[in-house]
Design a protein around this ligand. Structure first.
Ligand code: SF4
Length: 329
């Protein structure tokens, strides 16, 4: 819901300030219509239904994968495409992958979103409406900003959305912002007041030359500086930084590269590596095989760097990491 518009409409009608809170609380609990908002006067419910759509996003398409992962394609009111994903895990976790921008101005070479035309930053309401779409289906408890866009390029709106996610059932400690290493944003997250939201760094290469090839943003914010910013965040927030590392066959998955990665991720209690099997899109890369991933992981753990391999979700509906792109865009 366009929450700014809601405030305006309520003010124009001379409604008390708590009405906005009441509407929001219903939405956050999964209400799918104004009709359900029984503590609002009937006349107000009718007026709102006539003037303000329940969501700022229109659902364009939905897809359900064999593993229960669900993807939704939305359009904003001005026609910008975005996607979000709900991942259902066997242990009961329900995790949302949210988008912060329509398209992305950065051009990581392995990423489908990077090939889309950049549209614009999403508003806080548009970010929340992705979560509310899935909340209307079932309770949700985790969120990762790993969908379309670089969240630290839209930090005000991302944080405004994060402030409301606990009402939806997603606490800050279960929310992760993933960045390519946009240092000004990491510094803001280090210094800000308020609860700690988890931080993930998309690293993908253990040296500057390869990283710049994969992620041109590395020319602006080189590896050593990004890792320093992450260390400062970790020290201030007393949390580990998750390091995301896509496994690209023959590119960044060699034993020497694992050794090099372990050497730069110091001190050892600061980082935790998440190795991500790559889902080929229309990119020039192939995903590493299982043996290469296992060997890479072993090389890291032998050197004291904790590493896990991410479960791949939603591969058959193009919902996995790096696959979010609106085909027609
Ligand atoms: S990986 Fe993230 S930052 Fe890079 S192009 Fe894709 S969406 Fe943008």
């Amino acid at each position: 819901m366009d929450l700014d518009r809601l405030d305006t409409l309520l003010a124009e009608r001379g409604e008390p300030a708590f009405r906005a809170r009441q509407v929001w609380e219903w939405l956050a609990r999964g209400a799918a219509s104004y009709e359900e908002m029984t503590n609002l006067p009937a006349a107000l419910r009718e007026a709102l239904a006539a003037e303000l759509a329940l969501s700022s996003l229109a659902v364009e398409a939905e897809a359900l994968a064999r593993d229960g992962t669900e993807k939704a394609l939305f359009h904003t009111a001005d026609g910008r495409p975005i996607e979000a994903v709900l991942m259902r895990y066997r242990d009961g976790r329900r995790s949302l992958c949210l988008s912060s921008q329509s398209g992305c101005p950065l051009t990581c070479t392995f990423c489908a979103t990077g090939t889309m035309r950049f549209g614009r930053n999403l508003t806080a309401s548009e970010i929340l409406d992705q979560a509310l779409h899935f909340r209307r289906k079932e309770a949700v408890d985790h969120a990762v900003f790993m969908g379309m866009g670089e969240p630290l390029l839209n930090l005000d709106n991302v944080l405004a959305a994060c402030d409301r996610l606990p009402d939806v059932g997603i606490h800050p400690s279960s929310t992760t912002i993933s960045t390519v290493g946009w240092i000004p944003g990491i510094e803001r997250l280090t210094q800000r007041d308020g609860p700690t939201i988890r931080l993930a760094l998309s690293l993908h290469a253990p040296d500057d030359a390869l990283r710049s090839e994969l992620m041109p943003v590395n020319d602006r914010y080189p590896l050593a500086d990004v890792l320093d910013a992450c260390r400062a965040w970790s020290a201030a927030r007393r949390r580990k930084v998750y390091v995301e590392y896509l496994m690209l066959a023959g590119v960044n998955d060699r034993y020497e590269q694992a050794v090099q990665l372990a050497a730069i991720l110091t001190p050892q209690n600061t980082f935790k590596v998440n190795l991500i099997p790559y889902n080929p899109t229309d990119s020039p890369y192939e995903g590493s095989g299982r043996d290469a991933i296992d060997a890479f992981r072993a090389a890291l753990t032998e050197r004291g760097v904790p590493a896990t391999v991410r479960l791949t979700r939603g591969r058959d509906i193009d919902a996995a990491c790096g696959q979010l792109a609106v085909k027609a865009a």
